[in-house]
Design a protein around this ligand. Structure first.
Ligand code: S3P
Length: 166
């Protein structure tokens, strides 16, 4: 049975895509990202899917994308920041080498802030970040084998910390 070598979870802006691509390059394996899979299969940006179809529709697509990627991908895999909200997806991650890229709220506000392309943060980013982290922190922790803090670290430093931690 094939399984991902490394699965990255964590909030938007924690560096999953950048660190994931770096790790894949360093390990000489393929990189995959469930958001990119959804954009490719739907032919629309994630922000357009949220606006035009609503969040529940996106979450259905995300659940299917996670199931498919976990079953078929053998390299480094990044999941969208909200993928861990889904019970079935969290169950699928059990036993896999999942790394939680953590980030403090203030770092998130600095890095992502008010970002129209990220539909969950359209207004009052600090309050929304706090709520989002409070709602999800325990879910990231639940699925993670290791936690790597990304605050004030470059993607290269985070990638090195991930390899050290696994
Ligand atoms: C989301 C995170 C985004 C994307 C969508 C929803 C979330 O992915 O899936 O905008 O709920 O946190 P990234 O974490 O890769 O930005």
């Amino acid at each position: 049975m094939s399984a991902p070598l490394i699965v990255l979870v964590g909030p938007m802006g924690s560096g999953k895509s950048t660190v994931g691509a770096l790790l894949a390059e360093q390990l000489g394996v393929a990189y995959r990202d469930t958001n990119a899979d959804i954009v490719a299969s739907e032919g629309r940006e994630i922000s357009d899917l949220f606006v035009e179809e609503g969040e529940p529709y996106f979450r259905e697509l995300e659940r299917a994308a996670v199931r498919n990627a976990v079953a078929t991908h053998t390299g480094v895999l990044s999941l969208g920041g909200g993928a861990v909200l889904d019970d079935a997806s969290r169950e699928l991650l059990a036993g896999l080498p999942v790394v939680y890229l953590s980030m403090e709220v203030e770092e998130a506000v600095r890095r992502v802030g008010l970002n129209q392309a990220r539909p969950l943060l359209a207004v009052n980013p600090r309050k929304q970040w706090r709520e989002l982290m409070d709602a999800r922190r325990h879910l990231y922790t639940e699925v993670a084998r290791v936690v790597v803090a990304t605050d004030e670290r470059t993607p290269e430093e985070v990638a090195e910390a991930v390899l050290d931690a696994l």
